[in-house]
Design a protein around this ligand. Structure first.
Ligand code: BMA
Length: 352
C-alpha cells in the first residue's frame, strides 16, 4: 500500500472535505429540501458566453436573470481533460471551471462534474460505440491501461487544484443504455465495475484525493435489477443518481408528461429503497425537457415527479449558446420563464 493510501484510511478522513460536503447534503435531506442545479450555468447561456474567464467575475447566469438567485448546484463537464486540452468538449476553459467551482464552494454552493471522455481505442467521441473493447482496454492488462493512468493523473491534478473544494464526481454515467462507449452493450458488468473502481481507487488511494463524493448515475432505461447489475459497490459510491429526460417523440406533450412523471417516480422509488438499505444519498443527476415546450413544466411536471423523494438535488442540463433550441433552463426573455420563478419559490426547492 502506498503512503497516500495509508493516509487516506487514517483518522483525518473524518475531517476530509468530502465529509463536510456529505454532512451538508445530509442536512438538506433531513429538512426535506431539494437543491436546484444547472449545467454550465456561469460559463454561457442561451445568448451569451464568457469571453475572458480570467478577468470575468463569472456572475452571469440565465437562472439568476429570471429568478434572482443562482442555482444551488452547478454542473460542469470534464470531457477533453483526458487529452490535456485547455477547453472542454463544449469549449469551456478548464480554468473557468476551476475558478467557478472554487467561487461557488466559497458561497456555499455545490458543484458536480460529469465526464464525456473520448473513445480511447478509436479516438472518436464519447458517443463512438463502434467497438466493444474500449472499456477492457483501460483495465489492468489492457493495451491502453498505461495511457489511462496518465489520464487519471490529469483528472487528479484538476481535482487537486480546487483548493480543497469538495465536489461530486459522476463518471461513467448513463451506462445501461448503449450510446456511450462504456454503455450496457459495450462492456460486461465486470468490466464496467472494474473501470469505475479503478477510476475511484486511483484518485483516492493512489493520489490521496479526499474532496470527491462519487455518484453512480445510470440512465432511466434501468429496472432496479439492471441498475444494481453495474453498481460499483458501497465502498465506491456515495450518491445514487439517475439521468431521466422528457421527450415528446411522435406523441403529445400530455403523453410525454405522464410518461416522464411515472418514469421518474418509479426510478426514484427503487433508488430510495437502495439508498435506505445502504445509507447513501440520492439525486436526480440530470433531467429536463429540451426547449421547455410545456409552459408549466417546472411546477406541473418536474415538481410532481420529484415531490416527496429524499433527493438532495435535481440538475437540469445546459443552455447552449450556439444551438437555439438546446436549452433546459429559462433565460431572460423566454416566454415561460415565470413558471421557473414559481418553482424556484416553492418552500422545498432551494437555490443559492
Ligand atoms: C449533450 C449535449 C451535447 C453536449 C454534451 C456534453 O447532452 O448537450 O451538445 O456536448 O451533452 O455536455
Amino acid at each position: 500500500m502506498v503512503l497516500s493510501a495509508v493516509l487516506a484510511c487514517g483518522p483525518q478522513q473524518k475531517n476530509a472535505p468530502k465529509e463536510a460536503l456529505r454532512s451538508q447534503l445530509q442536512s438538506y435531506v433531513q429538512k426535506g429540501e431539494i437543491l436546484y442545479g444547472h449545467q454550465d450555468d456561469p460559463s454561457y447561456g442561451h445568448t451569451w458566453r464568457v469571453e475572458n474567464w480570467e478577468t470575468d467575475s463569472l456572475l452571469r447566469s440565465d437562472v439568476k436573470a429570471v429568478s434572482g438567485q443562482y442555482p444551488a448546484v452547478l454542473g460542469f463537464d470534464l470531457g477533453r481533460i483526458e487529452l490535456g486540452d485547455s477547453l472542454n468538449l463544449d469549449r469551456v476553459p478548464f480554468g473557468l471551471i476551476r475558478k467557478a467551482t472554487i467561487n461557488h464552494g466559497k458561497r456555499g454552493g455545490v458543484v458536480t462534474f460529469s465526464w464525456h471522455p473520448r473513445n480511447p481505442v478509436t479516438g472518436g467521441d464519447a458517443w463512438d460505440v463502434s467497438r466493444t473493447d474500449a472499456v477492457s482496454s483501460l483495465l489492468e492488462g489492457g493495451e491502453k491501461h498505461a495511457e489511462y493512468l496518465e489520464v487519471l493523473d490529469r483528472l487528479a491534478s484538476f481535482f487537486a487544484s480546487l483548493e480543497g473544494t469538495p465536489v461530486i464526481f459522476r463518471p461513467w454515467h448513463e451506462n445501461i443504455g448503449s450510446w456511450f462507449w462504456w454503455g450496457g452493450a459495450l462492456c460486461t458488468e465486470e468490466e464496467y465495475i472494474s473501470l469505475f473502481r479503478l477510476t475511484h481507487d486511483y484518485l483516492e488511494k493512489e493520489k490521496g484525493l479526499d474532496n470527491i463524493l462519487w455518484c453512480y448515475s445510470p440512465d432511466s432505461n434501468a429496472s432496479k435489477e439492471q441498475y444494481m447489475s453495474r453498481y460499483p459497490g458501497d465502498d465506491w459510491v456515495d450518491i445514487l443518481g439517475v439521468d431521466c429526460y422528457e421527450y415528446v417523440g411522435s406523441g403529445t406533450i400530455e403523453q410525454a408528461k405522464a410518461f416522464y412523471i411515472e418514469q421518474v417516480r418509479d426510478r426514484l422509488a427503487f433508488i430510495q429503497e437502495i439508498s435506505a438499505e445502504r445509507g447513501k444519498l440520492m439525486c436526480l443527476s440530470e433531467t429536463g425537457f429540451e426547449g421547455l415546450p410545456d409552459p408549466t413544466w417546472w411546477t406541473e411536471t418536474l415538481y410532481p415527479a420529484i415531490k416527496g423523494f429524499p433527493i438532495v438535488y435535481v440538475l437540469t442540463w445546459r443552455n447552449a449558446d450556439n444551438m437555439p433550441g438546446h436549452f433546459y433552463a429559462p433565460w431572460d426573455g423566454f416566454e415561460h420563464a415565470g413558471n421557473f420563478k414559481e418553482f424556484s419559490e416553492l418552500e422545498d426547492i432551494i437555490l443559492l
